[in-house]
Unconditional design. Structure first.
Length: 142
């Protein structure tokens, strides 16, 4: 009986790990009247994750880590793409798996805006606005 319980426990752990590996972070970015969807799979090297251009001025970067457990999380970055190089103007961090509340736990999620809620980021020079929200998706949910 104990042997069967160990086997079942191991099988459950493998199923959970397989499910976790099949997830991705999907962010919906709206800027200048256009919306684009950016997807990120888990990464083991956050420094190798490149940002994606949004319009002519913003860069957006998603860093999704599932392992190791003490570093697991989702970090979202928005940069102003200046002539001298990118400048960080917004950063949001979430635990993985995301909680049912906003990052500091002080408000419930906004319905329809995934785990992140709806964010507004403003250009420091041109006065434009980037809106985004992110959700966690399973591979089967595509």
């Amino acid at each position: 009986m104990a042997r069967r319980a160990r086997h079942l426990g191991g099988l459950i752990a493998v199923c959970i790990a397989a499910t976790a590996q099949a997830q991705s972070v999907v962010c919906h970015l709206s800027y200048g009247g256009e919306t684009q969807v950016v997807e990120a799979r888990p990464s083991t090297d956050p420094y190798s994750v490149a940002p994606v251009a949004v319009g002519s001025y913003f860069l957006f970067r998603i860093v999704f880590r599932q392992e190791p457990a003490d570093l697991a999380g989702i970090k979202l970055y928005a940069y102003a793409d200046r002539d001298a190089g990118p400048v960080l103007i917004h950063q949001a961090s979430y635990r993985y798996p995301p909680a049912a509340t906003l990052p500091h736990g002080d408000a419930p999620r906004q319905p329809g805006y995934g785990f992140s809620g709806l964010h507004f980021v403003y250009e420091p020079v041109r006065d434009g606005e980037l809106q985004y929200w992110c959700e966690l998706k399973d591979a089967a949910a595509k």
